[in-house]
Design a protein. Structure first.
Length: 357
């Protein structure tokens, strides 16, 4: 192993499903700068099974045993949002760098507490807002910097959440607003993050939300659950830097042209993005993302189009940050800013008033 290899311990690994298996493990295995050295799961049996499936010998059911190992440099927390604060805090207290999935916490208070602890400990952090790392987003930033649309006047983003009134048991916890993982924090949160990352933060906003499907059936049992998390959300706001049937549609309109970014589903952090543009009175045409951006990390080429691709790019950028002393990936401070926007949306929707962010 090269001297710069970072040892990773993953908390929340299932041998049969889950985001760790789908994204984190394939991403880390594609990068020579990382080695997966330990896994933990909810119980000893699941931990042993995960170790066998993924070829990792150090497995634990107690996360404290993982975070205190001297060969672990980075702890990846990939469990459900209600458990993030406890596990992240343990890793930070052990002096480890932490990659925590988004949302960082159940709410803004959780996020602020974890960011404050990370700052106190002086350790690096990453939050799983990996849509920023998508080559298409880098390409849009380049086009905007080069004046493709001129002065940005307005932007519109529309997303269609997964339709239907049935949910699988593993995702039933997302029906409860207090668990912090729902339509607002996940699809809307990821989408707003790239909007703010590219165009700047909100100065103020107005929002409305509603629960249009109050009863949801559990797929495996047929049991009906009362849903408290909003399933329809509309936000209008003023960005500090801007004057004045598709799953995901984002338009940026300027004095000289328009950019349109689309995906099949309202999860831009997972699904491939297509960029189209038009200048003047021309028709929109697809713009090819430069190979220099898509192949920025050559060892990840085989993952292109898969959920692990952007996760791999965020890991690759983080390893480069550690080696170069730079800061290019979203960290816990960025997560707090996004939680602040979500909290503002909730305040506005509850009060019916425009609020400062």
């Amino acid at each position: 192993m090269p001297e710069s290899t970072l040892g990773v311990g993953i908390i929340g690994v299932s041998p049969v499903r889950g985001w760790a298996a789908t994204a984190h493990i394939p991403a880390l295995r594609a990068l020579p700068s990382y080695e997966i050295r330990a896994l933990s799961a909810r119980n000893a049996e699941a931990a042993r099974a995960a170790g066998e499936v993924f070829g990792v010998s150090a497995v634990f059911s107690d996360h404290e045993q993982l975070v205190t190992r001297p060969d672990i440099d980075v702890v990846a927390v990939t469990v459900k949002a209600p458990h993030h604060r406890e596990l992240v805090s343990a890793a930070l207290a052990a002096g480890k760098a932490v990659y925590c999935e988004w949302p960082l916490g159940r709410d803004l208070d959780d996020a602020r507490a974890m960011a404050a602890l990370a700052a106190k400990q002086g350790v690096r952090t990453v939050v799983g807002l990996q849509a920023r790392q998508a080559p298409a987003i880098e390409f849009v930033q380049e086009l905007l910097r080069d004046g493709y649309v001129g002065e940005v006047l307005s932007t519109t983003m529309i997303g269609l959440s997964i339709p239907g009134d049935v949910v699988g048991q593993p995702n039933a916890y997302m029906l409860d607003k207090t668990n912090g993982a729902n339509l607002l924090t996940v699809p809307v949160g990821h989408s707003l993050d790239i909007l703010n990352y590219v165009l700047g933060e909100f100065a103020d906003l107005s929002a409305v939300s509603d629960v249009r499907r109050p009863l949801i059936s559990i797929e495996e049992t047929g049991e009906q659950i009362v849903k408290t998390a909003a399933d329809q959300i509309a936000v209008i706001g003023t960005l500090r830097s801007v004057a004045g049937g598709t799953g995901f549609l984002w338009e940026i309109n300027g004095t000289d042209g328009t950019l349109r970014i689309t995906a099949d589903f309202a999860l831009p952090e997972i699904f491939p993005l297509t960029v189209a543009g038009a200048q003047g009175r021309n028709e929109l045409v697809e713009l090819a993302v430069p190979t220099a951006l898509t192949r920025k990390w050559p060892t990840l080429t085989s993952l292109e189009g898969a959920p692990a691709f952007n996760v791999g790019r965020i890991y690759a950028a983080f390893a480069a940050d550690v080696g170069n002393g730079t800061h290019t990936v979203p960290d816990f401070a960025d997560a707090v800013r996004r939680h602040e926007v979500i909290a503002a949306i909730e305040r506005s929707a509850a009060s019916g008033e425009r609020v400062k962010v």
